[in-house]
Write a protein that binds this ligand. Structure first.
Ligand code: FMN
Length: 246
């Protein structure tokens, strides 16, 4: 990857379709309409999702889609039967709007279409209702009702490529938003480390490393996730950055 230092200069502001899409972008965790998108739309998404050492593989045919279903279900099963995963997931779920607004972060139940509940009841229901089989059936249906799956594939496993994969995804998501196309992550096959190499091989990705897996299609907008204020998420300069992680 090339790095370059360009001198900053004043210029006039340009509002591009991707810029205009920023406030409207969201992860839409709901069922899509099962319709394909056009070849022109697919081309725009592919262009937006391609970067320096990162490409986006667009899967729309039944055979590779079923491969994705298979690996997402395997990853989902591993996660939902892992007590540590369930415990952490529970800490990130905001079971009602009051808690969601107070924390300003996490997964608000409203973004997945779940009814609000007091936290004590939500935690109880979480234990009772987050069951492997129904969750697997739901995620399989969500994938099959998508127009396709986008897999972001990096040439290398290093920090520069992790960041580039994120940039490619964000541009893809903004382009999708500009076209009225929704998206949501189905990352289970890359979050479960032992599944990732087999997933790459099953999709014929060669030496490429799948970093993010995203379903896309048309469907309803969902309630928005909340944000903490910018001041709450910017590190003051006195705090040292964490040491090398890879
Ligand atoms: C790198 C990355 C990975 C993510 N992986 C998942 C995921 O596996 N499952 C999921 O439901 N959401 C995933 N998310 C989505 C976040 O939960 C979502 O962006 C957050 O809730 C904010 O909501 P918004 O993007 O709709 O504003 C991921 C987001 C990022 C940036």
């Amino acid at each position: 990857m090339a790095s370059c230092a360009l001198p900053l200069d004043s210029g006039s502001a340009i509002a591009t379709p991707l810029f205009e899409a920023i406030p409207h972008r969201q992860c839409s965790r709901t069922e899509y309409d099962g319709q394909p998108i056009s070849a022109a739309e697919r081309h725009l998404l592919t262009t937006a999702g391609t970067g320096d050492g990162v490409r986006v593989v667009m899967l729309t045919q039944p055979t590779p889609i079923e491969t994705v279903v298979d690996y997402v279900v395997r990853g989902n099963t591993a996660q939902l039967t892992n007590p540590a995963f369930r415990q952490e997931l529970k800490t990130w779920i905001r079971f009602n709007d009051g808690v969601a607004k107070r924390t300003g972060d996490g997964l608000s139940g409203r973004t997945t279409g779940n009814p609000a509940a007091p936290s004590w009841l939500g935690k109880l229901l979480f234990k009772l209702l987050l069951r492997v089989q129904p969750e697997n059936e739901k995620v399989a249906r969500y994938i099959r009702r998508s127009a396709g799956i986008a897999v972001f594939v990096s040439d290398q496993n290093d920090r520069a490529h992790w960041v580039e994969a994120g940039r490619c995804y964000e541009r893809f998501a903004l382009q999708a938003t500009a076209l009225g196309i929704r998206n949501a992550f189905v990352n289970q096959p890359v979050e479960e480390a032992n599944l990732r190499p087999d997933f790459a091989q099953a999709l014929g990705l060669g030496t490429g490393r799948p970093d993010l897996v995203v379903r896309f299609g048309r469907g309803p907008e969902m309630p928005r996730s909340l944000r903490r204020p910018v001041d709450a998420v910017i590190l003051p300069p006195s705090i040292p950055l964490s040491p090398e992680v890879n």
